[in-house]
Design a binder for this molecule. Sequence first.
Ligand code: BTN
Length: 241
Amino acid sequence: MIHRFDTIDSTMHEAARLAEAGCPAGTAVVAAEQTAGRGRFGRRWHSEKGQGLYVSVVLRPDVAPADLPVVTLALGLSVRNAIAGVTGLACDLRWPNDVLIGEKKCAGVLAELHGGAVVAGIGINVNQREFPAEIAGIATSLRLAAGREHSLDHLLPALLARIDDGVRLLENAGRAAVLEQFAAASSYARGKRVIVGLAGGEVEGLTDGLDSSGFLLLRRDNGERTVILAGGVRPARPPCS
Ligand code: BTN
């Protein structure tokens, strides 16, 4: 079932409420506008009315708790595949939850646990022609990338179908299959020089693949290998030689 709202604070809140009340898997909350849309690390998600897809889906994947980080990666693949199917645009994936066109972000994934369910929040910048100054340098939309508008009504069912595919891939083929597809779709998974923002500061190095739990491996310049469990990844300039 799809619950539609004209305006809501955040689709995450309503989906969490429904999840805690025991709604079936696949229940989706969609809003034309969010007044308090949020992203990872408590950041605001720009949710201009009618210009983007703002949706939270309640999932009840039949997987072990240890697989949950991989659910986020599977959702990124779902978003990428839905965008490709509807618009023909090829997106990159940046671990763990960013969907990019070139170096700019066109969509993000936020996965949270509520009432034993995964609430998968997905924001896709679809028809924005411009963004507020503070994110203009890092955000793009499918419209800006393709030079034409796209139908939210086509994108939503495609996204829900691809989310279903992603969950089934994880349930049936397992974690390794999702990690393989993510690594193949992501220019950030291996050999990319990045800076990772962590709670205690920043680390820089070359990405070195994903471990079997779905965490990002970073090879630092001193040769040390760091497992990134959570953090914001951004491209770094290569060191001068
Ligand atoms: C991120 O990239 O930090 C994640 C962004 C997730 C945004 C979506 S929009 C629909 C749902 N409702 C929210 O408040 N956030 C998610």
